[in-house]
Design a protein around this ligand. Sequence first.
Ligand code: ATP
Ligand code: AMO
Length: 466
Amino acid sequence: GRKWTDIGALTEELKDQQVLIRGRAQTIRAVGKNIAFLVVRKKGFTVQCVLTVQNDVVSRQMVKFATGLSRESHVDIEGIVSVPDTPIKGASQQVEVQVRKIYCVSKAVPNLPINIEDAARSEIEIEKALQAGEQLVRVNQDTRLNYRVLDIRTAANQGIFRIQCQVENIFRQFLLSEGFVGIHTPKLIAGSSEGGSAVFKLDYKGQAACLAQSPQLHKQIAICGDFDRVFEIGPVFRAEDSYTHRHLCEFTGLDVEMEIEEHYFEVMDVVDRLFVAMFDSLNENFKKELEAIGKQYPFEPLKYLRKTLRLTFEEGVKMLQDAGVNVDPLGDLNTEAERKLGQLVLEKYGTEFYILHRYPLAVRPFYTMPCYDDQTYSNSFDVFIRGEEIISGAQRVHVPELLTARAEACGIDVKTISTYIDSFRYGAPPHGGFGVGLERVVMLFCALNNIRKTSLFPRDPLRLAP
Ligand code: ATP
Ligand code: AMO
């Protein structure tokens, strides 16, 4: 068989050698009728390929064929590696390929709905180009999502989804190393698991059902079934009515549930260790990806402490009030207040990652354990990155009578969760856990402005395709 060389492996060491490469024709430029330049891209690497008319090797026909190729077509190229005198702009590799043969493996349509080079530019680059009088089409978010197959070819997007994979990977590796077991819970369930109306209803062979709003109930049942520490990575469905930068109708939940010995702080300890390990790993091992993302969407690296800061909700409220923000001490913080608190925390403690705990019971789901010392508050927490929520967690009520009473008080039809409540009648250990929104972690770690950027094929109230 023929031996292929990766574009990323094309270096000066291969000078004068014949190579065979495959990639996309990213740009195509003709210089007169005798010369053509193709920048060929694969796996984020690019190399300039040159066709020069030469007796018996490259015909005018070939040059014409090459310049007639459409951008993004897949090509195979056979050629000789050469080292140019001057540095090459617009390609990652500092060698050229002098083309001897070129085949088109798969043609792209001539008029692409998105020009990848334009889609890959940062706002600053776009502004500069426009000022310089360049013809350029700004690619808006909807167009990007409509033609996601092209959009995700940009270096920033390739980076984003590699980072996402690593977040998931660290989550799994870390929890396995701490004795957690990975589980899968059903996504077709009888009713709402979080309370509220944001559920997708469906007909389950004649029975009313819905898509799971979270693995909450089943991950707790698993704990009652003596899996003392569990995690799940799976889809979460929310029929959100809100069209915001941070809500999706389907997202990936990273869930944890664990027995606790004495205190919900044990759950926060897991969050602390897990996320410090995750951020460290991203910063150390994913520099190239972070750089590619930052080139298009400039951002400052996340500031976080070795030991994650913990503030009580009361302390947070006080900080906001001292700063002149009007907040209800027993209500939930709105988006604006959360952001403001993020700023205040950064100024005072120098971190953009922190835990806010001991929330008012009234703003938490029915399964949340009230504080032993003061039932106005609960053994619960949220975790924030750059002033936005990425995690909710809590100790859970494991006493069936109290659980029933709490569900009823929260307006939940207890019949729809009777098997869940019954699980606590056969002896249940104290336990707690948390849920992380994967897309939010990636969005906020990289300070991106929209969650749709971190979902490969986002689902929001208006989007069901691609
Ligand atoms: P969780 O589901 O854990 O609460 P979340 O980030 O989705 O996570 P929400 O409960 O939806 O949080 O909202 C938290 C706060 O954000 C609310 O108190 C509300 O003020 C604000 N908020 C929610 N939806 C919107 C929206 N569509 N526009 C502006 N603010 C919103
Ligand atoms: P909660 O409803 O807060 O908690 O969800 C947990 C985390 O999921 C993310 N998230 C979302 N991400 C994208 N689009 C959405 N519409 C959306 N809604 C939530 C957030 C949030 O912090 N059962 C509890 C968790 C637990 O206590 O274990 C729960 O579902 O990052």
